[in-house]
Design a protein around this ligand. Structure first.
Ligand code: GTP
Ligand code: MG
Length: 195
């Protein structure tokens, strides 16, 4: 998709604030700092519409990005960030879980994992959880520019194995720096929002 028009529609802290246009939605989940905002910016060809930061845990709300009056990317708060209070984390958890299990417009979720390391226990639970609820999922291994081309296959197998991915679930290695993988991610998204 050639993206020309994007606006942040809503930073929602509760369901009453979710958009009501009915456009399909694609969620983005992953640990804090994994590169969700960076992926969003690359997909929509913007330098910094989605706020990125080196301080983990900055994104605290569900952020809906409206793309070309056709769909929303929904940037979901990072999990596994220890510094927010337990109570606050639980509150986010409930909001995310409710959104992902009840939202009719949600067509699929892009799960981001850091391709430099084996997926964490949180990543594994998240993947299991998405599969349990039958939510279509694309796994994206981020920051692939930071690993040598020669070990990328190995990184890919490690992600597949650790997450217990089934053969049908797609995995794309991605870099926000080089934009590697961008078209594949778009292809997956377009095939899940069509019709
Ligand atoms: P939260 O909003 O805190 O959950 O983080 P996030 O998942 O949105 O991560 P964000 O996109 O803000 O990226 C975190 C840091 O990683 C930033 O310093 C980015 O510049 C860096 N980063 C993200 N993607 C890449 C990538 O593909 N390659 C490299 N080298 N750095 C990246
Ligand atoms: Mg972010």
């Amino acid at each position: 998709m050639e993206v020309h028009e994007v606006e942040i529609v809503m930073s929602a802290v509760s369901e009453t604030q979710y958009p009501t246009t009915g456009y399909p939605e694609i969620g983005l989940v992953g640990r804090s700092n994994v590169g969700k905002s960076s992926l969003t910016n690359v997909l929509i060809n913007r330098k910094s519409l989605a706020r990125t930061s080196s301080q983990p845990g900055k994104t605290r709300t569900l952020n809906f990005y409206e793309v070309e009056h056709q769909l929303y990317f929904v940037d979901v708060p990072g999990y596994g960030y220890a510094k927010v209070s337990k109570k606050e984390r639980e509150k986010f958890g409930v909001m995310i879980e409710h959104y992902m299990t009840t939202r009719e417009q949600l067509r699929g979720v892009v799960q981001l994992v850091d391709s430099r390391h084996a997926p964490s226990a949180d990543d594994v639970s998240m993947h299991e959880w998405l599969r349990y609820y039958d939510i279509p999922v694309l796994v994206v291994g981020t920051k692939v520019d930071k690993i040598k081309p020669g070990v990328r296959n190995k990184a890919e197998s490690l992600i597949r194995k650790t997450l217990n991915m089934d053969g049908e679930t797609e995995l794309v290695l991605f870099s926000a720096e080089t934009k590697m993988g961008k078209d594949k991610v778009w292809d997956w998204i377009e095939s899940h929002i069509g019709g």
